[in-house]
Design a protein. Structure first.
Length: 474
């Protein structure tokens, strides 16, 4: 959630200008009746207005947001079937936490957890514990808390007086892990990028571990370039570390995107609960789980991996309800939509949808590579995501110029600089989601072809200020 400040505007528009802000047709019976004055923007209006007028004002302003289907920066789902929208509308008034009042919604959440436990190859799916969240960021916070609390219990004689916990991860992790370390006073130990390795190196991660390490995070689908981190190799490196030192370091897999892609397209990739060292996994239902924003999932291998003291029980909603979440009240709509999507697609349906996205990504990467102005870093053959930079001989423009010019055509293609030790590398990233079809990819290529002649004629890149990098942490 962005952090917003109050308005810096000291005065409201004049009455005459505010009057012109209203469309005359917003007056339901008399077109002139609705033109007295538009409401103030930065304080509550003095009185009510007709619902059609309020709707019209908000609707017109939101038109400037742009088309979410053309936003190739976000991993978040931007299209669902109408039937899913109907179900979500029917459940938006149900408070997810009130499981005594809404037992069927609670049952659908439980079934989703069971389905994910099976999908992620838990040795005993019935022993897995898990819950829904508002997204993978909250899920990561909960998983991190469980790691820290388990470590603290093992080190009760040293913590908090003499020991500071640390968490090992690649520098390419999503910003929620930076937040976790900041909020809960955990030292982040980051493996930098090196050369053409844009994510965590297993041995480098193991070398950063010590008796204060609460866990290591493996990313199944980096937000920077869409690549999978080698979870199996990471677990092997930590197995060797335990043999040498006795340190038993658990792994959490942040599968925000990849945990809903790999099970269907990369079945032989052993990244999940088949790895005994993997204690917990999270995913975003609203990314490649194919649900509108507002749902994530986190699962622990066994109840022992989620300390009981982190689970709160309340009875003032009508029954004894265990809860482990940062948010208390939230709508049940997204959980219901997740169950609908699981039911609607099944394994073969998910496989078809994710394969289509990967095929579009790989096809788009091939076509862009043939242009000659770009160098591809990833090809869309893991996450359906491709990252690219300008070719070595391109001096007239850079990725920031390309992003800016594509934005003029309605596309949102983020450009950003990689972190240490590859701050010298700036890239474009294209996320191919369900709904981004081969036809839309063709339109993107056409628009790219339209802007390239002008870019090639530039004397030098126009976007020399790297602060112009666009956001990509979605």
């Amino acid at each position: 959630m962005p952090l917003h400040k109050g308005s810096s505007q000291k005065t409201e528009p004049s009455d005459a200008r505010r009057r012109l802000a209203l469309n005359p047709f917003y007056g339901e019976a008399d077109p002139a009746a609705g033109m007295e004055s538009a409401p103030p923007r930065h304080r509550l209006p003095d009185g009510p207005m007709p619902p059609s007028t309020a709707y019209g004002l908000v609707h017109d302003e939101l038109m400037l947001d742009g088309n979410s289907r053309l936003n190739l920066a976000t991993f978040v789902t931007t299209w669902m079937e109408p039937q899913a929208g109907v179900l979500m509308g029917e459940c938006r008034d149900k408070n997810m936490i009130d499981k005594d009042e809404y037992p069927r919604t609670a049952e659908l959440e439980r079934r989703c957890v069971a389905m994910l436990a099976d999908l992620w190859n838990a040795p005993d799916p019935s022993a897995v514990v898990g819950c829904s969240t508002t997204g993978s960021s909250e899920a990561c916070m909960l998983a991190g808390l469980a790691l820290k609390r388990r470590w603290a219990a093992r080190n009760a004689a040293r913590y908090p007086a003499a020991a500071r916990p640390n968490l090992v991860m690649g520098i390419n992790v999503q910003v929620c892990w930076d937040k976790f370390c900041n909020f809960w006073e955990v030292e982040p130990r980051l493996v930098p990028m090196e050369g053409d390795r844009f994510h965590l190196d297993p041995q480098a991660a193991a070398d950063l571990c010590d008796e204060n390490t609460i866990g290591v995070v493996g990313i199944l689908g980096s937000t920077f370039d869409g690549s999978y981190e080698p979870v199996a190799e990471l677990c092997a490196a930590l197995d060797a570390l335990q043999e040498r030192t006795g340190l038993d370091i658990p792994v959490h897999v942040d599968g925000a995107s990849g945990a809903m892609v790999a099970p269907f397209l990369d079945e032989d990739l052993v990244w999940d609960f088949r790895q005994p060292r993997v204690a917990s996994i999270n995913t975003s239902g609203h990314k490649y789980g194919l649900v509108y924003p507002g749902v994530g999932w986190v699962l622990w291998r066994t109840p022992a991996d989620l300390p009981e003291e982190l689970v709160f029980r309340v009875n003032y909603l009508g029954g004894d309800m265990p809860t482990f979440a940062l948010n208390f009240s939230r709508p049940g709509a997204q959980v219901v939509a997740q169950y609908y999507t699981f039911l609607r697609l099944g394994r073969e349906g998910y496989r078809a949808v994710q394969q289509a996205s990967r095929d579009v990504a790989c096809g788009l990467a091939k076509r862009i590579g043939e242009i000659g102005d770009f160098r591809l870093l990833t090809l869309g053959d893991q996450l359906p995501v491709l990252a690219l930079t300008t070719a070595p001989d391109v001096e007239a423009f850079d990725v920031f110029d390309v992003s800016r010019r594509l934005r003029e055509q309605g596309w949102r293609v983020p450009a950003y600089t990689f972190p240490a030790n590859r701050q010298d590398l700036s890239v474009l990233r294209v996320v191919c989601r369900n709904g981004f079809s081969s036809d839309l990819a063709e339109l993107l290529l056409e628009d790219l072809g339209l802007i390239l002649p002008d870019l090639r004629r530039q004397a030098h890149p126009m976007s020399r200020d790297r602060q112009m990098a666009t956001s990509f942490h979605h």
